[in-house]
Design a protein around this ligand. Structure first.
Ligand code: PLP
Length: 400
């Protein structure tokens, strides 16, 4: 029972085993090095941590609750399901935890111009929010296809004062928006801070974003012990780039021999059709500055990802997840568009909670898994966001 896993990553070069690193052009080396140096200083600066803690508490609304979903658990007839309510964070998802951390770094570094990429629009909204709060210029790159799917979030960003720039290259989704943001950073290195929204990109981003999101699991671990009296049997989170999942898993990694950690990717229309399951179906390659598992064809050309949820619609996945999969510390599975939609509807009707389509992938797995487990078992699910932004898609799909 007390067997602990010792795990430490990345190394000083940002490697998670063979994954991660800094595959960047010369013109970005200085940017990345400056950022890493400043982050390592800030991390050990009590004043920085205190400022961040204070904002997380009073602005974001942390700690978020761990909620025992009794009706849903009864309906599934097995393990009890506990939801970590990141959907209750200010702006409606976990993304703000990271955006706040990074904007404080931007301030420390004296940068007055912030850029970001966004898929679902949640990271764009979080970034526009913290830029409004700190009076910084904010430019958000977003694929045209995502702008269409996530129109309410585009309006929110504009209202918050951000300049939303449509990206019409490639598949007009998150991958292309990210490439555009990296291009901007290369062209404007002096005054610009690039806030990446997930545990992807070149070192130090995967490490830094993980550290900012690790508060999710830190709280959840304490809360489940306090409220349920022990550690859970299974911890579940959805995986797009992987930030809410690693944020949830990180604090549980020492317990990985007794607590099963499961990441759920988007299987889209099915694993033989269009999907976004990079860990399940991808092959090792480089995208946006890091080695990772990637959806690509036999020539290494990056393939179009598909998911009903814009936030999971990315052909790559954070390097740390690739490493954790290889080490066998976390297992990864997937849920289809239809499965996610059904889980979303069930959760809404039994608990009165409308979750994000991304989070619904984790819900699907957790509900299915609960039914196969005993009543004494405990499953904790990270409810990464709320579904307001998805109402357009939901109305169309469920014919409401
Ligand atoms: C962006 C987003 C995700 C996917 O991003 P991760 O980095 O994998 O967490 C998941 N859920 C919600 C609600 C999101 O907004």
């Amino acid at each position: 029972m007390t067997q602990k896993v010792t795990y430490s990553a990345p190394d000083e070069f940002g490697h998670f085993g063979i994954f991660g690193g800094k595959f960047i052009p010369e013109t970005l080396v200085r940017n990345a090095a400056d950022l890493e140096q400043e982050y390592l200083k800030a991390k050990d600066d009590p004043e920085f941590q205190q400022t961040l803690d204070n904002l997380l508490r009073n602005y974001v609304g942390r700690p978020t609750p761990l909620y025992h979903a009794r009706r849903l658990s009864e309906k599934q007839g097995g393990a009890s399901l506990w939801l970590k309510r990141e959907d209750l964070c200010h702006t409606g998802a976990h993304k703000i935890n990271n955006a706040l951390g990074q904007v404080l770094l931007a301030k420390r570094m004296g940068k007055h111009r912030v850029i970001a990429e966004t898929g679902a629009g949640q990271h764009g909204v979080a970034t526009a929010t913290v830029c409004a709060l700190f009076d910084l210029e904010c430019i958000v790159y977003m694929g045209e296809e995502d702008m269409r799917r996530q129109a309410p979030n585009v309006a929110r960003m504009k209202l918050l004062g951000a300049d939303v720039r449509p990206v019409s290259s490639g598949t007009r989704t998150l991958k292309d928006a990210t490439s555009e943001a990296i291009r901007d950073w290369m062209n404007n290195p002096e005054e610009t801070f690039y806030i990446i929204g997930s545990v992807v990109g070149m070192h130090p981003y995967p490490m830094m974003v993980r550290d900012f999101q690790a508060i999710i699991g830190r709280e959840a671990r304490e809360q489940v012990i306090e409220q349920a009296g022990r550690l859970p049997d299974v911890v579940v989170a959805c995986v797009g780039g992987g930030s809410n999942a690693i944020g949830m898993f990180y604090e549980f990694l020492p317990d990985a021999k007794t607590v099963e950690l499961v990441g759920v990717e988007a299987a889209g229309e099915g694993l033989d059709g269009k999907h976004a399951a990079s860990l399940t179906k991808g092959h090792t390659g480089v995208l946006h500055g890091a080695m990772m598992k990637l959806l690509q064809d036999e020539h290494g050309q990056v393939l179009e990802a598909h998911s009903i949820s814009a936030g999971l619609d990315y052909p790559g996945v954070g390097p740390e997840h690739c490493y954790l999969q290889k080490l066998g510390l976390v297992s990864y599975t997937s849920a289809t568009d239809t499965e996610a939609l059904n889980a979303l509807e069930t959760l809404a009707k039994t608990e009165g909670i409308i979750c994000a389509l991304e989070s619904a992938h984790a819900m699907h797995y957790a509900m299915k898994r609960a039914a196969s487990m005993s009543k004494e078992s405990i499953i904790v699910v990270n409810l990464s966001g709320r579904g307001d932004k998805d109402m357009g898609t939901i109305m169309q799909e469920l014919k409401l």
